[in-house]
Design a protein around this ligand. Structure first.
Ligand code: NAD
Length: 373
């Protein structure tokens, strides 16, 4: 427990507001003209530094960190000085909490930063997560955890050696629609699952790092297909024993040089269920559907940040709009504060990288590949 947490807890208890979710005034406010995010009292919150200020960090994580109750945007790590200026201004980030990739390791001396969130291209996840652990910080790393199982092992070892937690940015474990299909599937509410079909695809523009295998580690499977793979695992409560995969002929050989364009794969689950999945960078799709012995359930659209729609043979699944990322960040921060294990730990990220590697092996060999974890 940090001393700042303790003082804040006592403060809340003493004034009897523990049950209220109203924003409280800060204990110290040196500058009454401060911007909104710093006007909130961050004393009981864990400080997060985002590494890599691209689309996801800018469009989703930073806004979500303005809503969170257990963590806040304390710092940034960026290679682009103009971004540092804009973010400093927009989120009132103190100069001392702004790092470049060069001086990143000195973040170890900064007590404002409790958690480092790596939001870089996939092939950079391992190096920046390991440096975060060596700096003595908890780590959140975006999906896919890394581009090889060996990298995953190194990340897990670094976090273990540092005594810090490692979570993967699997936001859908905090989304009510996905928690509901997990419940329906695992508790067999509509009977046993007999079939699963899932796909997630979008049309990728030319020239992005996602099409460069050195940075992405792979194509849409690493980026989008991983959501289908995950949903199969959490709705069944199982991991596949074997996979098969087929990649149709590439339609744009100029664009898809190093990574697959489209991939169909099948996951053989322990009871014999075959889950059928598809991902592509040349079409649009976004759905999950399970047939069960007593009906069916589905989410479509399934994997976006909002606008999810759920249906079952017994009726609609409906929840109010919320920020998946705010729930994810708060959930992760709470588990750290309470010394509880992450619900999306590095081990789960490693498991998925093993499944992805097996799918690629099956795609290349045309054979059924058994998976050893
Ligand atoms: P992006 O291209 O928008 O941002 C990447 C960031 O990395 C940029 O700030 C870029 O400047 C920086 N960078 C540093 N070195 C780089 C290099 N050598 N090449 C390219 N960029 C470099 O990507 P993004 O969509 O924000 O994705 C970042 C990570 O977040 C990926 O791992 C992705 O899978 C993940 N992501 C997760 C979700 C989710 O819903 N959980 C959504 C989108 C992206």
């Amino acid at each position: 427990m940090h001393s700042k947490d303790l003082s804040r807890r006592i403060f809340i208890k003493d004034i009897g507001l523990a049950g209220l979710s109203i924003p409280l005034l800060p204990l110290h406010c040196d500058n009454p003209g401060q911007k909104i995010s710093n006007m909130k009292d961050n004393k009981n919150k864990l400080g997060i530094a985002l590494v890599g200020l691209g689309n996801y960090a800018t469009g989703q994580l930073a806004p979500a960190l303005q809503e969170t109750e257990h963590c806040y945007l304390a710092g940034i790590v960026t290679g682009t000085p103009s971004k540092a200026i804009n973010w400093k201004e927009k989120y009132n980030i103190p100069e001392k909490n702004i790092y470049s990739y060069e001086n990143y390791d000195s973040i170890k001396d900064n007590p404002d930063i409790d958690i480092i969130y790596v939001v870089l291209p996939n092939a950079m996840h391992a190096a920046y997560s390991i440096r975060a652990a060596k700096a003595g910080k908890h780590v959140i790393c975006e999906k896919p955890m890394a581009v090889s199982t060996q990298e995953c092992d190194e990340m897990l070892a670094a976090c273990k050696a540092a005594g810090k937690t490692l979570s993967i940015g699997y936001r859908l474990h905090f989304d009510p629609y996905h928690l509901e299909i997990k419940r329906l599937g695992q508790q067999k509410v509509l009977g046993e699952i007999s079939k699963i079909n899932s796909s997630f695809s979008f049309v990728a523009p030319k020239g992005i790092w996602r099409l460069d295998k050195r940075l992405s580690g792979g194509g849409p499977l690493m980026d989008l297909g991983i959501y289908c793979l995950q949903a199969v695992c959490y709705t069944t409560g199982q991991v596949p024993v074997a996979v098969t995969a087929q990649s149709p002929p590439v339609t744009d050989t100029d664009k898809f040089k190093g990574v697959e364009e489209t991939l169909d794969w099948q996951m053989e689950m322990p009871g014999g269920l075959i889950a059928k999945c598809r991902t592509s960078y040349s079409e649009n799709s976004n759905q999950f559907r399970a047939e069960t012995t007593k009906g069916w359930f589905e989410v479509q659209p399934a994997f976006g940040y909002s606008g999810l729609q759920g249906r079952t043979s017994a009726g609609k699944i409906e929840y109010p709009r919320l920020s998946q990322q705010a729930r994810q960040l708060d959930g992760m921060a709470q588990s750290i504060k309470n010394n509880q294990p992450s619900i999306v730990p590095g081990e789960m990220g490693r498991r998925d990288v093993i499944i992805i590697s097996a799918i690629y092996e099956a795609m290349k060999s045309g054979k059924r590949v058994e998976i050893k974890y």
